[in-house]
Design a protein around this ligand. Structure first.
Ligand code: ADP
Ligand code: MG
Length: 353
């Protein structure tokens, strides 16, 4: 069941002019402006001037002025907006503001996911943008799971897409320098990283989703009832992964990791599930490449790779032992060290469908 149809009327559109190939603004004027005018949707365009501009803006904005906040960028700008909303004193109300996504970046995982949820055949680039623009004009609002993530410094952040460590996080950050080629930067980064493939030591534990228990779709607000302190041992109900050798750990809560990486065939925006993947040490380079190539069609789980494990979970903890490494949240680098996370089903609202 979905909340009632509501057509957003006063829309703030946040554009990161530097995202992707640096063409987000041109893409907006070329493809979206006319569509929004025709659909009689009044909007205000805000062009971000620096990192965290959008975060500070939505933190202080009078949200009664806006029926939707739309992001025309990659996933990084939406991460800013969600965290800005959650940092407000009135976060409970603020996070109910319908959010929209228009792919303007090089990492457009949420846009690819919502397009996929609409059961349309795969689309890329301008075609994906038009599809998302059309969804914005329709203005159907659904719920979106958020994951709260605790870092070693006691900071808590909110995530709508992914928590990654090892291969995936390294590719995400290293491939930033190829952002001018667009979404294909992940494939280029994968090929480069394969040459220097390494194993990362760490401890991983998770709280499995209990089979047949349907996750509650009522937004139950933070505090994070499933998480003990990061300095406390994990509860006995948790599963501790036996190995400490990983090539990658990826917790993802949408279907797509990038426009052409269909990571979770069964995911929905509000399924209340953290889809936890990990690849254990010992996998060969060709086998790992095969997994990523198969992911384009969502077929990696059918590869029969004994190093790939997939679990549906509600919470998890990752404690890296390797001294150096990268952890990303929604494609953005966060502090390296122990992290834990729990799902908050349907905490935010998103325009899609
Ligand atoms: P892409 O998919 O191309 O990486 P993102 O939306 O993820 O696009 O943005 C990349 C980074 O740029 C994010 O960390 C975001 O917070 C930051 N950012 C947003 N607006 C600006 C700006 N005007 N100048 C510089 N960085 C920005
Ligand atoms: Mg990004």
């Amino acid at each position: 069941p979905r909340p009632p149809v509501r057509r957003p009327c006063r829309v703030m559109i946040l554009v990161n002019p530097l995202s992707g190939r640096g063409q987000a603004l041109q893409l907006f004027t070329g493809h979206l402006q006319g569509m929004l005018t025709e659909a009689a949707i009044p909007y205000t365009l805000v062009i971000t001037e620096h990192q965290n501009h959008a975060r500070e803006l939505v933190k202080k904005a009078d949200l009664s002025q806006w029926d939707a906040l739309v992001i025309m960028s990659g996933d990084g700008l939406l991460f800013e907006v969600i965290n800005g909303l959650m940092e407000r004193d009135d976060w409970q109300e603020a996070i109910q503001t319908p959010l929209g996504i228009l792919p303007g970046g090089s990492g457009n995982a949420l846009a690819a996911s919502v397009h996929h949820y609409s059961q349309s055949p795969p689309a890329w680039n301008e075609e994906l943008l038009l599809s998302c623009g059309f969804m914005l004009c329709k203005g159907l609002v659904g719920s979106l799971d958020l994951v709260s993530i605790h870092l070693a410094s006691k900071q808590r952040i909110f995530s709508f897409l992914s928590l990654a460590w090892g291969f995936v996080a390294d590719v995400d950050i290293e491939s930033e320098k190829y952002r001018h080629v667009g979404a294909i930067r992940f494939l280029m980064g994968t090929l480069v990283r394969l040459a220097t493939l390494r194993v990362y030591q760490g401890r991983l534990a998770y709280l499995p989703l209990i089979p047949n228990s349907s996750p509650t779709h009522k937004p139950h607000p933070p505090p994070d009832s499933l998480l003990p302190g990061l300095d406390q041992p994990v509860p006995e109900s948790w599963t501790v992964v036996k190995t400490e050798d990983f090539v990658l750990v990826l917790a993802i809560y949408q279907s797509h990791l990038a426009e052409d990486l269909w990571a979770v065939p069964g995911a929905a925006a509000d399924d209340g599930i953290i889809h936890l993947f990990y690849v254990t040490g010992g996998i060969s380079r060709p086998a790992l490449l095969r997994l990523f190539l198969a992911m384009e069609k969502g077929a990696h789980l059918a590869c029969g790779c004994p190093h790939l494990v997939y679990e549906k979970v509600r919470a998890l903890r990752l404690e890296p032992i390797s001294r150096q490494g990268v952890i990303t949240v929604d494609g953005e680098t966060v502090e390296y060290g122990p992290v834990q996370a729990q799902i908050h089903p349907g905490l935010a609202r998103l325009i899609y469908g």
